[in-house]
Design a protein around this ligand. Structure first.
Ligand code: FES
Ligand code: MG
Length: 585
């Protein structure tokens, strides 16, 4: 066998290439390689083409995902980059999740996509993988799956959409979607205008144009060292985005040759850098859940209290909606992550390794020089003096809750009020617009049963609409509390991710209309002003029935999904042991 071209150990027989990875089928490695090569030659490839690193390209194009609408061009550019560097690109599909089309919520499917990604990386022969994602859940799903698979992996972001123009005003999805819909609900604009703005909100393919979850995860991926430098910001339809894609392919080949596996990049220090960036960009609250889940796959536990401490010394610097004014295309023009990371330098671990094989600090040294711009502020002139997200605690949320303080009304951040409770989404839909609803602007809206198991999938319903009768009176914000999430593009004084959730018997499940609740962002407090004895009495009187299902993915989900403080990952996908806590206290 030693002279055989199908000897897996022989250079050229496949040893230096991904073609020989995992040859365990049939119990005969030589035969397995023989078959593998026969079938890939069936696709028109020669032996010469196979004698080099194989770079998998995870293609997540889908007609249901306009945020990935530039996928064909991206794949082509990645393939070019791979071939220019002497590798063999092989694209393969995984499921794709488009935020607006996924029921019951995209979060319900994130772990499924992570499992698809992980298992396809394990199953198929490749030396490294380029993960192409963009829409909210796709980048976290890919990073979670790749973290578990352990190969050399690099993230390519699809890029943001362009902004549109409505009657002379710049608009973009989806902070403006909510703002205009709010005006329509309050009868401030008519049916013609709401139809006009609908044509303008999504001006091209690509991800939402504000600092929503997609942009947040793009910035986090770059902060983690998982993209090429400057990989987060270029919009989807620009030549800069295509050049990033080509470079990504080239770097993937270098990573394959150097065996730069993902564990060398996704270190505790990289996660700490990503937490800084999440705070400094005024990022989506979903970013915490996703970062917790990705870190969890590497055995790291994110310490929410420490994140809050970091927040007190990390100002919001990026002036993008919903916390600020601008859009992703402006962030790109302002130098994107390079400008931001340079400003954050004293707060970062510059020795963290990136996919290029160089450290974050080395990449910043190599980057283009700074220039004057007005989208990314300096630390002495921030958009908001603290990090965008504060972590709350109290008897209403023993496992923690969060608030995006940079997008909240300062007048409501210290507030005590009467709870007006909705038992779930159906109850909310049935009563929120009723003229008979007993509610005042000072009340606190409480929505139950939208946690990980509750809805299920922790939908983005935490942005509870203001009761129509109050909206018509000109009320713009109220304190709202739930165990759900909210879109990264939303704004308001909104307490989210209350843990444990109501559906599994968390205290939130026992709040009743008329109870008093106290929110103090300065004290990081969320308290239900009801005695422990009374809560225990209510729990005994009407115990919760934890949701369950008989079969299928829903059963897997309900049986194994964890709470927000564990990233809403499935318990069996996390490694059995915690390696470390991030950040160090
Ligand atoms: Fe895909 Fe917003 S809907 S990024
Ligand atoms: Mg979103």
């Amino acid at each position: 066998m030693s002279s055989s071209p199908f000897d897996p150990k022989k250079p050229g027989g496949g040893d230096a290439t991904g073609m020989s990875r995992g040859l365990v089928n049939y119990g005969d490695a030589g035969f397995s390689l023989f078959l593998r090569k026969a079938f890939i030659k069936g696709a028109g490839l020669t032996d010469h083409a196979l004698d080099r690193p194989v770079i998998g390209i995870a293609d997540t194009g889908s007609g249901y995902n306009p945020c990935h609408g530039n996928m064909p061009q991206l794949v082509e550019a990645v393939q070019r980059g791979v071939m220019l560097a002497g590798g063999l690109p092989v694209k393969f599909p995984t499921i794709s999740i488009g935020e607006s089309f996924a029921q019951p919520t995209s979060m319900y499917l994130r772990n499924l996509m992570s499992m698809d990604t992980e298992e396809m990386l394990r199953a198929q022969p490749m030396d490294a993988v380029v993960l192409i994602g963009g829409c909210d859940k796709t980048v976290p799903a890919q990073l979670m799956g790749a973290a578990s698979a352990g190969l050399p992996a690099i993230q390519l972001i699809t890029g943001s959409m362009l902004t549109g123009s409505h009657r002379g005003e710049t608009v973009g999805a989806c902070t403006d979607c909510r703002r205009f819909w709010g005006k329509y609900r309050a009868d401030e604009i008519d049916a013609t205008e709401i139809a006009d703005v609908n044509n303008q909100l999504v001006a091209s393919v690509g991800t939402c144009s504000v600092m929503g979850t997609a942009s947040t995860m793009a910035c986090i991926a770059e902060a983690l060292g998982m993209t090429v430098p400057g990989g987060a910001a270029p919009p989807a339809v620009t030549s800069a985005r295509m050049r990033v894609a080509e470079e990504t392919g080239t770097v993937a080949v270098q990573m394959a040759k150097a065996r730069l596996t993902i564990d060398k990049v996704l270190t505790a220090r990289a996660f700490e850098n990503a937490m800084r960036v999440l705070l400094a960009i005024g990022g989506s609250t979903n970013g915490i859940v996703h970062l917790t889940a990705i870190a969890g796959r590497m055995g790291f536990e994110i310490d929410l209290k420490a994140l809050d401490r970091m927040g007190r010394e990390t100002p919001v610097l990026v002036d993008l909606k919903p916390s600020g004014q601008h859009y992703m295309e402006h962030f790109h023009a302002a130098g994107g992550m390079t400008t931001l990371l340079r400003e954050l330098k004293p707060l970062l671990h510059l020795d963290a390794l990136t996919v290029t094989g160089r450290t974050l600090g080395e990449e910043l040294e190599r980057a283009a020089p700074p220039f004057s711009q007005d989208v990314i502020r300096s630390r002495d002139n921030p958009i908001y003096p603290q990090g965008g997200i504060a972590v709350l605690e109290g008897n209403l949320a023993p496992g923690g809750a969060i608030i995006k303080q940079s997008a909240a009304d300062p007048k409501l951040m210290e507030h005590e009020g009467r709870a007006v409770v909705f038992e779930g989404l159906a109850d909310l839909a049935a009563r929120i617009d009723s003229d008979d609803l007993d509610v005042n602007a000072d009340d606190i809206l409480v929505l139950k049963n939208i946690g990980p198991k509750g809805a299920p999938g922790m939908p983005e319903a935490g942005y509870i609409p203001l009761p129509r009768k109050l909206a018509r009176q000109g009320v713009k914000d109220m304190v709202r509390i739930s165990d759900g999430r909210m879109s990264g593009t939303a704004f308001g004084t909104i307490v989210l991710h209350v843990t444990p959730e109501s559906a599994i018997g968390g205290p939130l499940g026992y709040v009743r209309t008329g109870d008093r609740i106290r929110l103090s962002v300065s004290q990081r407090e969320i308290s239900l002003l009801v005695s422990a004895e009374e809560l225990a009495r209510r729990a005994k009187e009407s115990p919760v029935t934890v949701p369950s299902a008989d079969r299928g993915y829903r059963k897997l989900f309900l049986d194994t999904v964890t709470q927000a403080d564990q990233g809403v990952d499935f318990d069996f996908l996390r490694p059995p042991q915690t390696v470390d806590r991030v950040p160090k206290a």
